[in-house]
Design a binder for this molecule. Structure first.
Ligand SMILES: Cc1ncc(COP(=O)(O)O)c(C=O)c1O
Length: 478
C-alpha cells in the first residue's frame, strides 16, 4: 500500500474516521508523496487494513473527489489528480495568478461568514437602535467580560477594568505610543520587526533601537548591554511566532525578559496574533500569563485567527497605564464600532470561537507542515534558514552580499511575491534576508507555488545577481 501504510486513525479522538482519513490522504497528496495518477487502494483493501467500515473509506474518497483531489475511472478505481487541476471557484483564484508568499492576510475562504451573520442578526434583533449608539471608549462591557473568561483559558488572570477594546492590533501599538512616547524617546524592538510597528514609532519621532532576534528569542545579552546605556519607554516584541522570522522565545528567555523589565523598569508590549494555535503540540505560553509584576501590555489581534476586516482586537493594560491609553483611544476614534463589538461578543458567547480556533488550527497546521516539507526538499542549497516551530512565517538568507530586494524584483516579474528584509528593518535597509508566508496561500497551492518560487530562485542565481556589497566588504576597500 506504499505511502498509505503511514496512515493511522485515532478511534478515540472523537473526530469522524472518514474525516481523519480524508485529511491524511489529502496531506500525502499535497506533500507530493502521492504523485498525480497514483492509484489508490480499493475500498475493501483500505478498509481492511485500517480496520474500519467500507463506508468510512467510500465517504473519504467521495469527499476527496468532490474537492478535486482524486478522480475515478469506471472499472479501474480511484487516482490522484494533478494538483494544478484542483478546481477553484472564480473568487478563490488570485486575480493576477500571483504566488503570494509576500502577504500575511488570511485567505477569505477561512472566514466564518454565516456564523458572524447570525451573530449580527442576533444583536440587531436584541439591541435594535442601541447597537448604533456611541459605545464606551473602553469597549462594550459584556464583551470585556467575555474576554476575561477567554483570557482565563489562556492562563491570563485579569479583570474587565484592565481590558481595552481596539480597532485592530495596529491601533493598539499606535495608541500605546501616543500615550507613552514623545519625540526623541527611546523604544526597543526586535530586529527585524513588524513593519506596522516601525511606522508607528517613526510617526511619534521615537528613536527605535533594534535588538537581534535569534531562533530561541531576542538576544538577551545584547538587550542587557543596551539597557546599561539606554532607558527605553518600552520594548515591543512578539514572543510566539515572531513576525517576520517565525521564531518563538524559549521559556528561559521569556523569564529573563520579565526579570530585566522589573530590574530596569521598562514595559513590554507583547503583540500576540497566533499563540492560541498549537503547532507540533507546542505550548505557546504568553508572556502576559507569566507577568507577576504587571510590566506587560498585552495586545491580542484576531486578524490572522478570524477576520482582519472586522477591525477588532483588545489589550490587557497594566492599571498604572490605563487612563493614559484610554485617552489616546478616545482621541483616536472615540470607540471601536459598537455593532462589531456586540456581534463578536455574541459569537464568543455562542461557543463559536472555540470551534473556530479548532478549525483554524487544523488549516494552519497543515499549511505549516506542507511548507516545511517543501522547504526541506526544494529550497536551493545556497539558502540558509532555521525552520520555525510553527506559525505561518519563514525566514531565509541568501548568500552573503546578495540583495533580497533584487530577488524580490526578479521574482515579481515572474508573478511570485516575497517580502524582502528592508520592510522589517528599522532603517529600511536592504539585506540578504526575506520572509515567505503561507497565510495567503491555500494548502493545495503551497507545493506548486514553492516549485515555481525555487525554480525562479535558481534562475536568479544563474543570472548572477548584481551582488550588493555588505558594509564590511566595502570596508575592505577603504
Ligand atoms: C505582528 C503583527 N501585529 C499586528 C498586526 C496588525 O494586526 P491588526 O489587523 O489586528 O491591526 C499584524 C498584521 O499583519 C502583525 O503581523
Amino acid at each position: 500500500m506504499g505511502k498509505l501504510d503511514k496512515i493511522a486513525l485515532d478511534k478515540d479522538s472523537g473526530e469522524f474516521l472518514y474525516h481523519q482519513l480524508y485529511n491524511e490522504i489529502k496531506e500525502l497528496i499535497l506533500n507530493g508523496e502521492l504523485p498525480p495518477d497514483t492509484k489508490l487502494p480499493t475500498i475493501r483493501k483500505l478498509a481492511e487494513k485500517l480496520e474500519v467500515n467500507n463506508v468510512t473509506v467510500v465517504t473519504a474518497y467521495n469527499q476527496l473527489e468532490a474537492d478535486g483531489f482524486i478522480y475515478k475511472k469506471v472499472g479501474s478505481g480511484s487516482f490522484v489528480k494533478k494538483l494544478d487541476k484542483v478546481e477553484k471557484s472564480e473568487e478563490e483564484l488570485e486575480p493576477s495568478g500571483i504566488a503570494n508568499f509576500g502577504s500575511t492576510a488570511p485567505t477569505p475562504n477561512l472566514f466564518p461568514v454565516e456564523e458572524i451573520k447570525a451573530a449580527i442578526d442576533e444583536v440587531l434583533d436584541r439591541d435594535k437602535a442601541n447597537a448604533f449608539i456611541y459605545q464606551e471608549s473602553k469597549g462594550y462591557t459584556p464583551l470585556r467580560k467575555s474576554l476575561v473568561s477567554y483570557l482565563e483559558k489562556l492562563g491570563i488572570g485579569t479583570g474587565i477594568d484592565n481590558i481595552q477594546i481596539i480597532s485592530g492590533a495596529q491601533q493598539g501599538i499606535d495608541i500605546i505610543s501616543k500615550a507613552m512616547v514623545d519625540y526623541g524617546d527611546i523604544v526597543f524592538t526586535e530586529s527585524p520587526t513588524y513593519t506596522g510597528a516601525i511606522g508607528v514609532f517613526n510617526s511619534r519621532g521615537a528613536r527605535a533601537i533594534g535588538i537581534p532576534i535569534e531562533s530561541d528569542g531576542i538576544d538577551v545579552v545584547e538587550l542587557e548591554n543596551k539597557l546599561k546605556s539606554f532607558r527605553p519607554k518600552f520594548i515591543y516584541i512578539m514572543p510566539n511566532f515572531q513576525n517576520p522570522t517565525g521564531y518563538s522565545y524559549s521559556e528561559k528567555k521569556k523569564e529573563k525578559l520579565l526579570e530585566l523589565a522589573s530590574e530596569y523598569g521598562f514595559y513590554i508590549i507583547e503583540d500576540d496574533y497566533l499563540s492560541d494555535l498549537h503547532f507540533n503540540n507546542r505550548q505557546n505560553r504568553t508572556l502576559k500569563s507569566m507577568d507577576k509584576a504587571d510590566r506587560v501590555i498585552y495586545i491580542k489581534s484576531f486578524s490572522k485567527l478570524f477576520m482582519p476586516g472586522l477591525r477588532i482586537a483588545f489589550m490587557v493594560v497594566p492599571s498604572e497605564l490605563y487612563s493614559g491609553i484610554l485617552s489616546a483611544k478616545h482621541i483616536s476614534d472615540i470607540s471601536t464600532p459598537g455593532l462589531i463589538q456586540r456581534a463578536f461578543d455574541a459569537y464568543m458567547r455562542n461557543g463559536n470561537w472555540d470551534e473556530n480556533i479548532k478549525r483554524i488550527n487544523k488549516v494552519y497546521d497543515l499549511r505549516y507542515r506542507i511548507m516545511v516539507k517543501a522547504v526541506e526538499e526544494l529550497m536551493p542549497e545556497e539558502i540558509e534558514y532555521i525552520l520555525p516551530e510553527g506559525g505561518l512565517n519563514f525566514w531565509f538568507k541568501l548568500p552573503s552580499g546578495q540583495s533580497s530586494n533584487e530577488l524580490y524584483d526578479y521574482l515579481l516579474e515572474r508573478n511570485i511575491s516575497i517580502a524582502p528584509a528592508m520592510v522589517f528593518d528599522l532603517n529600511g535597509e536592504d539585506s540578504e534576508c526575506f520572509r515567505l508566508s503561507v497565510t495567503s496561500i491555500d494548502s493545495e497551492d503551497i507545493r506548486p507555488f514553492m516549485e515555481r518560487l525555487t525554480e525562479g530562485m535558481k534562475e536568479f542565481f544563474k543570472a548572477g545577481s548584481k551582488s550588493k556589497l555588505t558594509a564590511e566588504q566595502y570596508n575592505r576597500f577603504l
